[in-house]
Design a protein. Structure first.
Length: 181
């Protein structure tokens, strides 16, 4: 787990918890990207990366209260404060509906990786391992950058974090029946 985002949280318990939850999401999605990167089908990893990021980035934003719906619920002054912070941070992804175009803009930061990865996957075994490592690293990099951008916006705008979403386990637990045997 990257410590830079945790360091940025500066000991704030709520921010640190949001960073940890975001890193857990990011790690799982990056592993899927790594597996997809090993398949020698041209363009498959690009499609998987775009799909993963288009679902991952809004979930990370939600951890910090920065989805479009969450921002719409803020009072106008606080929303303006957040928008100024987004401008200062320079993120094109915070507070936006994530589209393929936005994902590809973000992916341009690592464009060389994509070309090398495409070529590497055709070298038996070693090439696939390199391609998998590059796929994992690219998603981790983009996700970490988004987490750090979200942190900067929350800190700059002094935005209160939303309560954590219930975990999948908590959602899956059935309600106990009150019937007597």
């Amino acid at each position: 787990m990257s410590t830079s985002a945790l360091k940025m949280a500066a000991g704030d318990a709520a921010l640190s918890a949001a960073v940890r939850r975001s890193h857990q999401l990011l790690h799982r999605r990056a592993l899927v990207a790594a597996v997809a990167s090993t398949v020698p089908v041209p363009g498959l990893d690009w499609a998987v990366d775009a799909a993963l990021l288009s679902r991952l980035l809004p979930k990370i934003s939600a951890e910090f209260g920065l989805t479009p719906a969450q921002l719409d619920r803020l009072d106008p002054d606080k929303r303006a404060q957040v928008q100024k912070a987004v401008t200062v941070v320079g993120s094109v992804l915070i507070g936006k509906f994530i589209t393929k175009e936005l994902v590809f803009m973000a992916a341009q930061k690592i464009g060389m990786r994509l070309t090398v990865q495409q070529a590497a996957k055709y070298v038996p075994l070693a090439g696939q391992a390199v391609s998998a490592a590059m796929g994992y690293t690219a998603i981790r990099y983009l996700g970490e950058q988004h987490i750090q951008d979200c942190l900067r916006v929350v800190q700059t705008a002094q935005l209160a974090l939303p309560p954590p979403a219930p975990t999948a386990k908590a959602k899956a637990l059935p309600a106990r029946s009150m019937k007597k045997p």
